[in-house]
Design a protein around this ligand. Structure first.
Ligand code: NAP
Length: 341
């Protein structure tokens, strides 16, 4: 006996990675339903090496048939379908930004604030944080445990897979097209992404920040509460297919040595430190595709503030930044909260 699971958005980047992750980690699933929009009915998606699942329409699916629903279908679907699924008695883990800041909805990175999961039954909805936030708080939590963090200044280098399947196609087609003098078509990004970088992710807000930058600030505070960390982010899209990089500058309340910081991060589950001050002594996004851990490199003192450190971290945005984190939440629910099957 095992649990019955629905993956909503199963044809997308994150949904397919969720199915891979569930299979790879031998999640105790009895039955898996792959759901997407009505336009994908009849398609199949793979689950593990030997199983093809027929895609069903999420709009007409009876969520009372499942114990858990892993959503990665965007904000609109999350708004409409997550409460319906939750009311039908299944626990929703949602990857969109729609529920993240809602009171009563835990926003969880299991290694960082797994205890927050205890409040899940208020709404039966749990939110998965933004991919850039997840990888940053993984590096910050062991440091916060040494000395309180006051302020973060972070610049992100975010891959196109963070914007979905169509965005990956756009980078591929523009790159190919430029070599044969085709005019680049812009649909998913407002400027050409091939051979370029774009300092604009999600919509602009009144104060000049983008919503992606705002998400990094408010989500970090919710996850790291009761710590009150100020975050100033600049989020940039780069022409990389998978893997986000982040340059993080941290100001602490007390002194933290480079050695202590490296030691604490090394000991933290889900974080690897690869930090040699030489050629190739650091990790790049291209090397972390398919990896579960967040990798930290370039740890160094910031001598321009009293207690400052800078570091570089990279992670696979589709794994720890999305699918893996959601599956880890599901594993924790099953281990600690749901009736045993
Ligand atoms: P994607 O590749 O564009 O896939 C979107 C998925 O959502 C497809 O399966 C699509 O189904 C499905 N969908 C769209 N509208 C739907 C509806 N009304 N009902 C059911 N399914 C619907 O996007 P993605 O990168 O997987 O991202 C999905 C969600 O995860 C987004 O909310 C995104 O913000 C979030 N997220 C992504 C990342 C990342 O790194 N990619 C990280 C964290 C969070 P069809 O094929 O039928 O259209």
């Amino acid at each position: 006996m095992g649990y019955k699971i629905a993956v909503v958005g199963a044809t997308g980047n994150v949904g397919r990675e969720m199915l891979n992750t569930l299979a790879e980690r031998n999640f105790p699933a009895d039955e898996i339903f792959a759901l997407a929009s009505s336009k994908s009915i009849g398609r199949t998606v793979s689950y593990g090496d030997d199983n093809d699942l027929s895609v069903l329409d999420s709009a007409t699916f009876d969520f009372s048939k499942v114990d858990l629903a892993l959503f990665s279908a965007g904000g609109e679907a999350a708004k409409k379908l997550a409460p319906k699924a939750a009311e039908a008695g299944c626990v929703v883990i949602d990857n969109s930004s729609y529920w993240r800041m809602e009171p009563g909805v835990p926003l969880v990175v299991p290694e960082v604030n797994g205890a927050a999961l205890s409040g899940y039954a208020k709404k039966n909805i749990i939110a998965n944080p933004n991919c850039s936030t997840i990888q940053m708080v993984m590096a910050l939590k062991p440091l916060q445990d040494i000395a309180p963090i006051k302020r973060i200044v972070v610049s992100t280098y975010q891959s196109v897979s963070g914007a979905g399947r169509a965005a990956m196609d756009e980078l591929f087609n523009q790159t190919k097209g430029i070599y044969v003098n085709d005019l680049p078509k812009k649909e998913e990004f407002t400027k050409q992404i091939a051979f370029n970088v774009i300092p604009h992710i999600d919509t602009f807000m009144d104060d000049g920040a983008t919503r992606e930058e705002w998400k990094m600030a408010v989500e970090t505070r919710k996850i790291m509460a009761p710590a009150e960390i100020s975050v100033h982010a600049t989020c940039v899209r780069v022409p990389v297919f998978v893997g986000h990089g982040e340059a993080v500058n941290i100001e602490f309340d007390g002194p933290v040595s480079v050695e202590d910081a490296r030691k604490a991060m090394k000991a933290f589950p889900g974080v690897s430190v690869v930090d040699y001050r030489q050629d190739e002594g650091y990790v790049t996004p291209q090397e972390v595709q398919g990896e579960d851990n967040v990798f930290v490199s370039r740890v160094r003192k910031d001598p321009t503030v009293e207690n400052g450190l800078s570091l570089w971290c990279v992670g696979d945005n589709l794994r720890k930044g999305a699918a893996l984190n959601a599956v880890q939440i599901a594993e924790m629910l099953v281990a600690e909260y749901l009736p045993k099957k």
